[in-house]
Design a protein around this ligand. Structure first.
Ligand SMILES: [Zn+2]
Length: 313
């Protein structure tokens, strides 16, 4: 009998969410200041091209490919000077780079599609979607950290894109990941769902909010739930996480045990917030809720939290 850690499942819940399928071997311990140059000398190098929140995709028969060879990058006005090294797969290095070519001037066979649509429509395989999360988060961070937060001078990319260094004061700046708690508050037979003002009509989801400095995940889950819905939570347990490249968050999915059921919703944050029975949630997931309520798509961590609770005993 092999050693087993706790009762953890063989397949982690995080492996089922969108943006979580990254298979790239990052080789973070080998990053150096010439990582990108070396990678670009490799004939197997492939680049993921991004422009203003969109990923370029090559149409190959009935599927899309997000990887461009170096000779394909040139005509698309790719900024290889700003490329970052994501890591390696069995064919060689994979990079991400900004591309400047106006999307209206792209050839027929190449489409520039926004990251959210790629994710919702499942246009690329889970591994490429995971690589997109990595590349999009890093490129966004570089695009907004060109100047030193300490002295205001220009910063320069280092370590294959995993660091920036100030040219004047030598301060090193590291890429950000912003943690967001997303939580499903539950009782034995009901769960709490809310509607943001920007949601599509009929959609309800788990509540969410940024984790603040000096706060544990559990404390953030309790605070956000109380602030947004007026519900006090007892025990909080972690379920799964999801990289969320809008621009560089990590969604941390939890369940919270509701101690009260009287909702006092913050109408600045939410348009509606209410309890849903298990049957109602199952109907919403199956697309046959009588009131037209539905939940986020299957790649979303909110969907997994809701499904996991609805299908539990
Ligand atoms: Zn500086």
């Amino acid at each position: 009998m092999p050693f087993r850690l706790f009762d953890a499942p063989e397949r982690e819940p995080s492996q089922s969410v969108g943006f979580a399928g990254n298979l790239i071997d990052r080789q973070s311990e080998n990053r150096s200041d010439d990582s990108v140059e070396k990678a670009l000398e490799d004939p197997g190098a492939r680049v993921m091209l991004m422009r203003e929140g969109r990923l370029l995709l090559k149409r190959i028969e009935d599927r899309f490919d997000a990887h461009f060879l170096l000779n394909e990058c040139d005509p698309l006005e790719t900024r290889l000077d700003d490329a970052i090294l994501l890591g390696f797969d069995e064919s060689g290095p994979i990079l991400a780079a900004p591309c400047l070519l106006d999307t209206e001037r792209l050839p027929e066979t190449i489409k520039a599609i926004d990251h959210r649509s790629i994710y919702i429509q499942g246009l690329i395989d889970p591994a490429a979607l995971g690589a997109l999360a990595q590349g999009a988060a890093l490129l966004s961070w570089h695009a907004s950290h060109g100047y030193c937060g300490r002295c205001g001078h220009r910063t320069e990319m280092r370590a294959g894109g995993y660091r920036r260094r100030c040219s004047a004061c030598n301060t090193e700046h590291f890429p950000r990941t912003d943690p967001v708690a997303i939580m499903l508050s539950v009782t034995a037979d009901r769960c709490l769902l809310g509607r943001g003002k920007h949601f599509a009509p009929g959609m309800y989801s788990a509540l969410a909010g940024f984790i603040e400095p000096g706060e544990t995940i559990e404390a953030a889950v309790r605070r956000e739930t109380f602030e947004e819905a007026g519900i006090r939570l007892g025990r909080v347990v972690y379920h799964a996480s999801q990289p969320w490249p809008f621009p560089y968050s990590l969604m941390i999915g939890c369940f919270g045990e509701a101690l009260s059921e009287d909702i006092s919703a913050d109408m600045n944050e939410l348009e509606d917030c209410r309890w849903f029975s298990r049957d109602e949630v199952l109907a919403a997931m199956a697309g046959n809720h009588p009131g037209g309520v539905f939940v986020p798509p299957s790649g979303a961590i909110a969907h997994h939290l809701i499904r996991h609770w609805a299908e539990s005993e």
